[in-house]
Design a protein around this ligand. Structure first.
Ligand SMILES: Nc1ncnc2c1ncn2[C@@H]1O[C@H](COP(=O)(O)OP(=O)(O)O)[C@@H](O)[C@H]1O
Ligand SMILES: [Mg+2]
Length: 257
């Protein structure tokens, strides 16, 4: 059966074989599959289903039919559409609600470390436009659950806010105009309203830079250990550090609905 390389990934070389996604597995893959099975059992169909492992030890997942960010010269319109952002907020809320009561396997193991505990949910942790699968203006779901793991809801929301609103600084290093800043605040609240965020939004505002810095630190640590994909991501680490600093300068009013 031919293997078709799936474009768009940074790290794992996902391939499609006879309609099934095969990806290199990691020590945490069994725990991630337990999450995907938990979501499946709850009737949640906006994530791949875990199909076990192939004879080369690769994980197998159902393919979410739709289009992705892959292979584009410029961002697709849906990446900045309000209606998509609202769907992302609702998607995150469903995942958080459904995983609040998740009992991990006894040997739980996560890319990000840590263990499940009271008050935590399983965050996707990388629910960015790069891992979204869409059909026209409809969000089908998110693939790439490799870095999923226990976190607070804010920690997971912070990453999606960075990448979708976006709260991340512009790639070209330029400033965010006053008008763009207002637009970012409006879209942040759109995301949080769709999520049904009931907390103090300034608290989330303090989590966002921490989340960006942690992501940068993980990339730098893995790059330092010689991981080629992380070395390629070093410019993103720098962007995340700049974003953390820029988000810290946002006024209180930015976080007020
Ligand atoms: N279950 C899936 N359904 C649909 N597309 C997928 C699925 N898994 C991966 N892909 C496609 O393959 C690309 C790379 O896979 P991904 O899991 O994101 O790998 P990486 O860890 O390298 O980012 C994704 O960006 C997406 O386009
Ligand atoms: Mg990916």
């Amino acid at each position: 059966m031919p293997e078709v390389v799936l474009p768009g990934g940074n790290t794992t070389g996902a391939v499609l074989i006879d309609g099934v996604v095969h990806k290199r597995a990691a020590p945490w893959t069994a725990s991630v599959h337990a999450v995907l099975r938990h979501l499946e059992a709850a009737g949640f169909d906006a994530a791949p289903r875990a199909l076990g492992f192939d004879d080369q030890g690769r994980e197998m997942l159902t393919y979410l039919p739709g289009e992705t960010f892959a292979g584009r010269d410029s961002p697709p319109g849906w990446a900045s559409a309000d209606a998509m952002l609202a769907q992302v907020g609702r998607w995150l809320r469903r995942v958080h609600d459904l995983t609040a009561g998740f009992t991990p396997p006894p040997d739980e193991h996560w890319f990000i470390g840590g263990t499940m505990g009271p008050g935590l949910i399983i965050g996707h942790q990388d629910a960015s436009p790069y891992n979204a699968v869409v059909d026209g203006d409809r969000l089908i779901g998110f693939c790439d659950w490799d870095v999923a793991g226990p976190s607070t809801p804010d920690w997971d929301l912070a990453f999606s806010a960075l990448t979708w609103v976006p709260l991340a600084s512009p790639h070209d290093g330029g400033p965010v105009s006053e008008q763009d800043r207002r637009e970012r605040s409006r879209r942040l609240h759109l995301l949080l309203d769709a999520y049904g965020y009931a907390g103090d939004r300034r608290v989330l505002g303090a989590v966002v830079p921490q989340r960006a810095q942690r992501q940068a630190a993980v990339i730098r640590r893995m790059a330092g250990a010689g991981d080629p994909a992380s070395i390629a991501l070093l410019p993103i680490a720098a962007l995340l550090e700049r974003s953390a600093a820029d988000v810290r300068t946002l006024p209180d009013a930015f976080w007020s609905p």
